[in-house]
Design a protein around this ligand. Structure first.
Ligand code: SF4
Ligand code: SF4
Length: 354
């Protein structure tokens, strides 16, 4: 049986105000949030972006969703988790400060921000899953304590995951620090000394201070490296090598198993809303923005795998290209294919225009 995926079409010229109005009309008319019960704690998971130029979902959408949750008598709050690397999202204090600067404060969204993995990103909840890689995964502790989740994801490219949407927002975005480290554990790059020009760009960007300059080339300390892949993205001389075969398949499968844990924590009380707008080559964690596709719309489903599958198809149909020709040139379907193989979600869908 196919999953229902609702599709709210937008175009380039449409304002965010109009998009928000259309999304609200759909959510209300179809009673999409009626699964929320009185006094449910409802985690609204999104991403606060890096810089205002990037494509993250803007606060007005979250405000509207929070208001609808309150109409259901639920208790909504915004949530996120700490990053593995140092920066303005690496613990709860700096992350909340950053979110406020980005316009996600209580005055703008009507919701408090509560980090799902605690002050330092280490508060976790181990949830059992019937995975092929893991029998249990480490997700942020708060995800195991709420009664419902609304997963708001911005569709983007990603240098290792291929693309990021609901599954990545859950798998990576809702894991504890330990869960994130486990997912990145095999993605350790190497520098090719013959290609390195010693420009030091990778050193500037490495969030883990894992790169130093040797006499001939940059050098990566594997013990410090967290496998984020940023050195690969910023090296213009193709001097950073990844074992891609081991990396992209491995990471994408690990993301899916962690996402399954997040889904299972509140099974039946999750909704997935993917924004196919301001679609960028890299994820919203990056301090750069390169738009790669015209704005398409917003998809909504009870099934994360169907939501991502439909999103990817819509992007490829709109652009007339394979996603690997638009984003990073790597295999990008492991997340969807592996989720289907596990029995977590359904990539087959009926697209219902609204
Ligand atoms: S960015 Fe590339 S070329 Fe520059 S120092 Fe790093 S590895 Fe070498
Ligand atoms: S992948 Fe590259 S940028 Fe990321 S931590 Fe390792 S060395 Fe640093």
């Amino acid at each position: 049986m196919k999953e229902k995926v609702f599709f709210i079409k937008t175009d380039e010229k449409e304002s965010d105000d109009l998009r928000c109005k259309k999304l609200k009309e759909f959510l209300v008319s179809q009673k999409i949030l009626n699964f929320i019960d009185e006094n449910d704690m409802v985690a609204v998971k999104s991403h606060f972006g890096e810089k205002s130029i990037s494509g993250y979902v803007r606060p007005l959408f979250l405000k509207m969703i929070g208001e609808l949750v309150k109409e259901q008598k639920g208790m909504p709050f915004l949530t996120e988790t700490s990053t593995l690397y140092k920066g303005n999202r690496s613990n709860a204090v700096v992350h909340i400060e950053h979110a406020n600067k980005q316009g996600f404060g209580f005055n703008e969204t009507g919701m408090p921000i509560i980090l799902a993995d605690g002050l330092y990103g280490d508060e976790e909840y181990e949830i059992k899953i019937p995975g092929k890689l893991y029998s249990a995964v480490n997700i942020a502790s708060l995800i195991g304590k709420v009664q419902a989740m609304i997963m708001i994801s911005h569709f983007t490219g990603h240098m290792i995951a291929g693309f990021g949407a609901a599954l990545k927002n859950m798998g990576m975005g809702c894991s504890s620090r330990k869960g994130k480290l486990i997912q990145h554990s095999t993605a350790k790059p190497k520098i090719k000394p013959g290609d390195c020009t010693k420009c030091e760009m990778c050193i500037k960007w490495c969030p883990a201070d894992a790169i130093t300059m040797n006499e001939d080339s940059a050098f990566i300390d594997k013990d410090k490296c967290i496998g984020c892949g940023e050195c690969l993205a910023v090296c213009r001389f193709y001097a950073v090598a990844f074992n891609w075969k081991a990396t992209y398949e491995d990471l994408q499968k690990k993301i899916v198993e962690h996402a399954w844990g997040v889904h299972k924590a509140n099974e039946g009380k999750n909704i997935y809303i993917n924004f196919l707008t301001r679609i960028s080559k890299d994820c919203d964690c990056m301090d750069k923005y390169e738009k790669i596709c015209p704005d398409i719309g917003i998809v909504v489903s009870n099934d994360a795998v169907a939501a991502d599958s439909a999103s990817l198809d819509l992007v490829e149909k709109t652009s007339g290209k394979k996603f690997s020709e638009m984003g990073h040139n790597i295999p990008y379907r492991f997340q969807i294919d592996y989720a289907a193989e596990l029995g977590f979600g359904n990539p087959e869908y009926d697209l219902i225009p609204v």
